[in-house]
Design a protein around this ligand. Structure first.
Ligand code: AGV
Ligand code: CA
Length: 333
């Protein structure tokens, strides 16, 4: 009898530890805006161990919503996530992205693997993204990590509507802002001090910082350290027999013709922010009191502002090798 019991225990132990791991899994609400690296971020997020994606929002910022929703549903389908709900954003931009950038995701939907993958429209929530976030936070029993790789208008809208929901948020990880480096907004009526996600809706950025949330910013200060480069693509290409690595390689290949005049390099902006969920130890951050400018010519600028009491964790450095290795490891496993 005892022998049987101990055998049973041996058999059950691994299952029990899996069970306790999954209850410790990070619940993640992901709000992206359909750029190539946003879609790559979704692909990568699905591969991070112990992450449970509780919903995906698509903000019509660096994309056209139809294309980006299609890509989102297909990526979720390809990775076995057909039950994750998807919500479309309807917040309008104050400063829209250039249309040439917004059209980039159209290309990826024409890749053979994407054309051959079904999308499940049943996954689409009947709520617009800001209301969906409100609903998801309201229903959450565990703290939720909100990962944002586009403008933050949906989360700001949700918390404006119901400020008490901020207690449901463990942490906001946001690719946005530029603190001690120049921005990437190069357009009329701007002095290039802002980053695009913060500039798209400067007032929403300002409000987000005022809620007193635990915000981990992944600004240009740190994303500038991780360009999409040929050595990385060559390493990933070695794994072309792995469908996910192959697809990701093709996504990244479309970014090499980044439009001169803005910047010549496509960075792993959003992918870096996403990796923070898996390898936070690779990042060095500084807690900084920030403020957000909302007026021309520096709308959307995130600036040091001692005394503002808006303490934000700002990532300043990343272990670049660890980051690239981590991404290859996730996509090629
Ligand atoms: O500012 C970086 C943000 C990231 O969320 N986006 C791209 C990433 O998804 C805007 C952006 C800046 N430069 C760009 C951008 C470019 N050259 N092409 C497309 N989008
Ligand atoms: Ca983005």
């Amino acid at each position: 009898m005892n022998r049987i019991k101990s055998h049973l225990l041996l058999y059950l132990l691994p299952l029990m530890s899996i069970g306790s791991l999954s209850s410790q899994s990070q619940k993640v609400l992901f709000d992206h805006d359909g750029g190539i690296d946003d879609l790559l971020s979704l692909l990568i997020l699905t591969q991070i161990p112990d992450v449970e994606i509780v919903g995906v929002c698509v903000t019509p910022a660096d994309c056209f919503i139809e294309d980006a929703t299609e890509s989102t549903l297909k990526i979720l389908n390809l990775t076995g996530n057909e039950s994750v709900p998807v919500a479309k954003g309807i917040v309008r931009p104050v400063n829209p992205f250039p249309k040439e950038w917004r059209a980039q995701p159209m290309v990826v939907n024409a890749f053979p693997r994407m054309l051959l993958t079904q999308e499940n429209d049943q996954q689409i929530s009947n709520l617009p993204a800001h209301a969906f976030i409100e609903q998801q936070l309201d229903a959450a029993t565990d703290p939720v990590t909100v990962l944002i790789t586009g403008p933050c208008s949906n989360l700001t809208g949700a918390l404006e509507s119901n400020p008490a929901l901020k207690t449901k948020i463990k942490e906001v990880v946001w690719m946005g802002g530029a603190v001690d480096v120049g921005g990437n907004v190069a357009t009329y009526h701007h002095n290039t001090s802002a980053e695009w996600n913060a500039y798209w809706d400067p007032a929403a950025t300002k409000t987000l910082f005022s809620f007193g949330l635990d915000i981990q910013l992944i600004p240009l200060d740190v994303t500038n350290q991780v360009p999409v480069n040929k050595p990385f693509l060559q390493r990933l290409a070695q794994h072309f027999d792995n469908p996910l690595a192959d697809l990701a390689s093709q996504f990244w290949a479309t970014t090499l013709n980044t439009i001169p005049g803005y910047e010549y390099t496509y960075f792993m902006w959003d992918v870096l922010a996403t990796s923070y969920l898996g390898i936070p130890q690779a990042f060095t951050s500084e807690s900084i009191e920030l403020a957000v400018k909302t007026d021309t010519p520096e709308a959307g600028r995130t600036v040091r502002s001692p005394g503002s009491q808006q303490w934000i964790k700002v990532a300043k450095q990343v272990d670049v090798d660890q980051f690239y290795d981590y991404i290859i490891g996730l996509l090629a496993k």
